[in-house]
Design a protein around this ligand. Sequence first.
Ligand SMILES: Cc1cc2nc3c(=O)[nH]c(=O)nc-3n(C[C@H](O)[C@H](O)[C@H](O)COP(=O)(O)OP(=O)(O)OC[C@H]3O[C@@H](n4cnc5c(N)ncnc54)[C@H](O)[C@@H]3O)c2cc1C
Length: 241
Amino acid sequence: MSSIVAYHRPNSLGEAVELLAESGRSILAGGTAIVPEARSRRADGVELVDLQALELDSISESAGRLTLGAMVRLGDLATDDRSGQLINDLSRRELPSAMRNQATVGGTVASASSDSVLIAGLLVHDAEVEFHDGRTSPLSQVLADGTGGAIIVAVSIDPTGTGSIVATGRTPADLPIVAAIARSTDGGTRVAITGASSTVVEVDPAEPSAGLEPPSDFRGSSGYRVELVDTLTQRVLKAVS
Ligand SMILES: Cc1cc2nc3c(=O)[nH]c(=O)nc-3n(C[C@H](O)[C@H](O)[C@H](O)COP(=O)(O)OP(=O)(O)OC[C@H]3O[C@@H](n4cnc5c(N)ncnc54)[C@H](O)[C@@H]3O)c2cc1C
């Protein structure tokens, strides 16, 4: 039996905040992670608060930055001309195609998967996360601290520069074991790494594995992942130089 016991569809951000103040309620965005999780893990039942009527699904430009609404679908981001080739490519690499048309920017950031190549791309594009109460935080801080139950309303990025990804997976179609994502601008080169820590991390391009202690799993040992971080970073730096 499903443990999703109620569905709410607020028409304003204020209404969503009020609904989420009750315990036992969770945000529903694209539902690709929360729905299976709610069905399998919440024996006590969960109520979902759907953000889709809040008009958070547009992309806008202002003062050289691009603001991605939290409900922008990864499938739309994959083809958005303003986001740049790297963000297009990383959105396309995330999830199977049917799920990309459901999954959202906000849900991806809130899920904070350590394997997310899109999160790595957002990091090197200087991402700032905007919350319902007007606060903004660097994405790196949100990955470290979590959302604290706040609603992400948008993620803004600097879309300029050229970027690349170099990744190693068990098969080309599989989730990378480790991926190195770089973006180069006049101000320098930034590199972020997936699969080498509990969250996606931005690293020093000169010493990419410094301080990293990757977890081991069936896809690769900790030592193998450290080797991959150094090798893939060298390759991605060459690709953007
Ligand atoms: C088969 C499969 C493959 C997957 N592959 C990948 C993968 O390759 N890479 C990857 O990173 N993830 C993967 N995932 C996990 C998940 O699908 C993604 O993280 C997805 O991007 C989540 O987005 P969503 O919009 O569907 O979020 P939802 O499932 O709706 O929500 C996910 C979580 O984020 C919270 N949330 C959603 N929106 C907001 C918001 N605006 N503000 C605050 N909190 C919010 C929800 O409450 C929930 O806790 C996979 C899942 C499955 C089932």
